[in-house]
Design a protein around this ligand. Structure first.
Ligand code: ZN
Ligand code: CU
Length: 483
């Protein structure tokens, strides 16, 4: 009997996500799964797409996001993802997750407020958040980490500029355990940020003990990505060994001019550890970072662009140096006046960025900030930029490797079963794109720009993006580690 599919994409150049060489062929989809790969000449389908000359890959996995709220608010928040070919996002990074915490009194301490002001903190349990995801629906699949700072603010009742007490640690551990049982997949920290920097390594290990039973993953925005980057990597590895879980370093970088070039050292350190414990990292393809504006960290040798400001919203998009000149103050005083605020900081060496991206343990994560007024361009451009600029134009790696870093590698590290790969039986998360034209358009000056070359995107077999627009479908699901 001839194979009958809901959808067949014919004659495409298939990159299966494993890094294996491309192959021209057909992919058939039935329901939410891939039914067949190869020559499907004898099969028929309700819908057929001719993929001649186009690349077909597993839908991209954005390994590092702050989309906790974005996944709940419809295509105006997720078009930046699906227009890049993204079908799954990892939320809850850098210690910042939208649950479990109900915090209605006042604006949560930075950087928790990257996700929104006090009005947005309404999920007392991860189960409540997962329920909202299910009832509201989403364009993308969501894989969730539980944030240390979220747990801290809740357990320490906002008094977070100190180490946690034993009873608070016990509460955090219990709430993390519950969140993992309700569908969370791991624990994230942002030890770099002032409130969480107060947490000693032992606090992190004690809270993270909750991961042990659930085989979760530990993900971290490390304590220091500058002078003490190597000590921070050691701390991360130690936490992983003590809890007995895999570790993942977020947005790996060597920050600030005096540390440029040190990725040779950091990558060697990570590589050596990888033979003894599970370790991975993500990276975004830009020499500038972005987070909340921290006045005590601004320096005159690193350009800063304001991305949002509560007291001065009109300053979004302007250089801090320009604002300071206008106000006749120094950078720090200007930054103090602008907070609460966000900023882009040029703090990396392009050679480090490329070396980190090229390393076999790396994967791609945007770290995009979806609620910023004038966001870092990584929000709209990351994946097409890696494919267009770094792969096609600069030849940093071949297309197979680039796609692996966006799909199979991320699915493997995070334990996303049957995703990130094109093979019979896997979920039909797919992206069809033009390998000859794919490119980002978002820039630091004009960051809200859709990329070119991404033609059609399906999540769980359902079309989410085509013809430069969202379809309005919400096939996204909660993805849980190992399930
Ligand atoms: Zn971070
Ligand atoms: Cu982040």
């Amino acid at each position: 009997m001839a194979l009958r599919c809901d959808l067949i994409i014919r004659d495409a150049t298939i990159f299966d996500g494993t890094g294996a060489p491309r192959q021209v062929g057909d992919v058939g989809v039935s329901g939410d799964r891939i039914l067949g790969v190869g020559d499907l000449g004898g099969a028929s389908a309700d819908r057929e797409v001719i993929g001649t000359g186009k690349a077909l890959a597993p839908g991209f996995i954005d390994a590092h996001t702050h989309d906790d709220r974005a996944v709940l608010c419809g295509p105006q928040c997720t078009l930046c993802k699906i227009s890049q070919g993204v079908t799954t996002v990892v939320v809850g990074n850098c210690g910042i997750s939208l649950s479990p915490m109900r915090h209605t009194a006042k604006r949560p301490p930075a950087p928790l407020d990257l996700l929104g002001d006090e009005a947005w903190w309404t999920y007392d349990s991860f189960g409540d958040y997962a329920h909202a995801l299910k009832t509201k629906g989403s364009e993308v699949n969501t894989y969730a980490l539980i944030g240390h700072q979220t747990l801290r603010v809740e357990a320490m009742q906002g008094d977070v500029y100190r180490p946690a007490k034993d009873v608070e640690i016990a509460r955090m551990q219990a709430r993390l355990k519950q969140a993992l049982a309700e569908g969370g997949s791991g624990f994230s920290t942002g030890l770099y940020y002032p409130p969480n920097a107060q947490a000693p390594t032992e606090e992190v290990i004690a809270v993270g003990e909750a991961l042990r039973g659930s085989a979760g993953i530990y993900v971290t925005h490390m304590r220091d990505e500058a002078d003490k980057v190597c000590a921070s990597i050691e701390e991360t590895l130690k936490i992983g060994r003590r809890i007995g879980v895999p570790v993942h370093i977020s947005h790996h970088k060597c920050s600030m001019p005096e540390n440029y070039g040190r990725s040779v050292q950091t990558l060697a350190l990570i590589q050596a550890a990888a033979s003894m414990q599970e370790v991975a990292f993500d990276v975004y393809p830009y020499p500038a970072g972005s987070t909340v504006l921290m006045p005590e960290k601004v320096r005159d040798d690193s350009r800063v662009i304001i991305t949002w400001s509560v007291p001065y919203p009109e300053m979004a998009g302007k250089d801090l140096s320009e604002i300071a000149r206008g106000w006749n103050t120094d950078l720090r005083a200007a930054a103090e006046r602008l907070t609460p605020a966000g900023a882009v900081t040029f703090q990396m060496d392009e050679e480090d960025v490329r070396r980190i991206m090229r390393h076999p343990l790396s994967m791609i994560g945007s770290d995009g900030l979806p609620h910023d007024e004038k966001p870092h361009p990584r929000l709209w451009g990351t994946f097409p930029r890696v494919l267009g600029l770094y792969t096609r134009q600069l030849g940093l790696f071949d297309m197979e490797t680039a796609i692996h870093k966006m799909t199979g590698r991320a699915a493997g590290v995070f334990g996303m079963v049957d995703r990130g790969v094109i093979r019979e039986g896997a979920y039909a998360d797919l992206v069809l794109f033009d390998p000859n034209t794919v490119m980002d358009n978002a820039t630091f000056e004009d960051p809200i720009q859709m990329s070119v070359g991404i033609e059609q995107v399906w999540a769980n077999g359902v079309l989410t993006f085509a013809g430069g627009k969202e379809t309005g479908e919400k096939p996204g699901r909660l993805v849980t580690r190992g399930r």
